[in-house]
Design a protein around this ligand. Structure first.
Ligand code: NAD
Length: 332
């Protein structure tokens, strides 16, 4: 039995919780949230212990593994405490919002004798895995050009409430997917952000960037959270890579189905359980984490890759503020 805790019981933390609870051989023993009443309510509902912080949860000694799903900019300090306590860590993306914190997490994770896995969910999506395998097989050839995009509704920006930029919240998914699928690093960046701001006033609604890959190819990235809430899909995500031998294309805006009831909708077909069992990319991610914890597989996503994705995101935000082409500087 793996004893699991979830720290940060917001939108994604609750999804982790539901999935863990449906996996045999897992017991959710503890939950924590900065809003103590939220932790108390969830703990009562599922029969776990409630805590107000990662520190309190760790001190109780009732978990072998945790998900840390607090806001982006708060990951570092709690992640260090978790790793140093010898507890396996599934750390939501982005692992941090600065290069220094990301590199520190890579170091601490290497020194700790535990599994540390970043929550780059697209690594567990069938379409993205298939694209990765195709490109790795050489069937697409050397990547010449392409584009990646991820658009959310404005209610997501409202929930995040200015705590992080759209580059970090959404763009990081595609930065990681692109570099993983292409098998190449991003070496230089040009970028713009929209003048239009999120409802809290603090963040740009949209960011676009031109990314140069180390092999010379160029890819355009678009990350935005400005779709009206009545928009028919929750996520409009695409990826296209063209190589000198072929093309690979992913279009996730309708998942191949639509429904018209009071309005046109593209429901997410893997949102609910299948006959009571979990499914979907987040389930695959958490299950892979647990398999790594049990020693059945190597950890499938490295903290180094996640830190490199943070480097690209930081460089995009830098290129926006300088207006220059910025090189991405990697750890030697
Ligand atoms: N992998 C994915 O597809 C995916 C999707 C959404 C969000 N995320 C990531 O998950 C993380 C959480 O995002 P969200 O949308 O669920 O945010 P959210 O704002 O809905 O929830 C965050 C929760 O953390 C709690 N919290 C804040 N500070 C805390 C602290 N110090 N200790 C304990 N709890 C604390 C808040 O009270 C809140 O309940 C972010 O890093 C985000 O980028 C990943």
């Amino acid at each position: 039995m793996v004893r699991v805790g979830v720290i940060g019981l917001g939108a994604i933390g609750r999804e982790h919780l539901d999935i863990y609870r449906s996996i045999p051989g897992v017991e959710v023993t503890a939950v924590a949230d900065f809003q103590r009443n939220v932790a108390d309510d969830v703990a009562k509902e599922i029969g776990a212990q409630a805590f107000g912080s990662a520190e309190e949860l760790l001190a109780a000694g009732v978990v072998d593994a945790v998900t840390l799903s607090t806001p982006d900019h708060l990951h570092h300090d709690d992640a260090v405490k978790i790793l140093n306590a010898g507890v396996h860590l599934l750390l939501e993306k982005p692992i941090a919002t600065t290069v220094e914190e990301s590199d520190d997490l890579v170091r601490v994770a290497e020194a700790a004798n535990v599994i540390a896995m970043p929550g780059h969910t697209l690594r567990f999506a069938n379409q993205y895995l298939t694209a990765k395998n195709l490109v790795a097989s050489g069937a697409v050839g050397d990547i010449i050009h392409g584009n990646v995009r991820r658009n959310n509704k404005v209610s997501v920006a409202r929930r995040v409430n200015g705590r992080t930029s759209v580059t970090f919240f959404l763009g990081i998914h595609d930065i990681d997917a692109l570099t993983w699928i292409a098998g190449e690093k991003v070496v230089a960046v040009q970028a713009f952000e929209s003048s239009q701001r999120t409802p809290d006033g603090g963040q740009a609604v949209a960011v676009t960037a031109n990314l140069r890959l180390e092999g010379g190819g160029i890819v355009a990235l678009e990350a935005a959270w400005g779709l009206p809430d009545a928009y028919p899909t929750d996520i409009d995500a695409r990826l296209r890579l063209v190589g000198d031998a072929g093309e690979v294309k992913i279009d996730i805006h309708d998942f191949g189905m639509s429904a018209f009831t009071e309005q046109l909708r593209y429901p997410v077909p893997f949102a609910g359980p299948v006959y009571g069992g979990p499914q979907g990319m987040l389930y695959e991610e958490l299950n892979a984490f647990l398999r790594a914890v049990r020693g059945e597989i190597e950890v499938p996503v490295s903290m180094r890759d996640a830190a490199d994705a943070v480097r690209v995101a930081v460089t995009i935000d830098k290129a926006i503020s300088t207006g220059n082409t910025e090189e991405v500087v990697y750890a030697s």
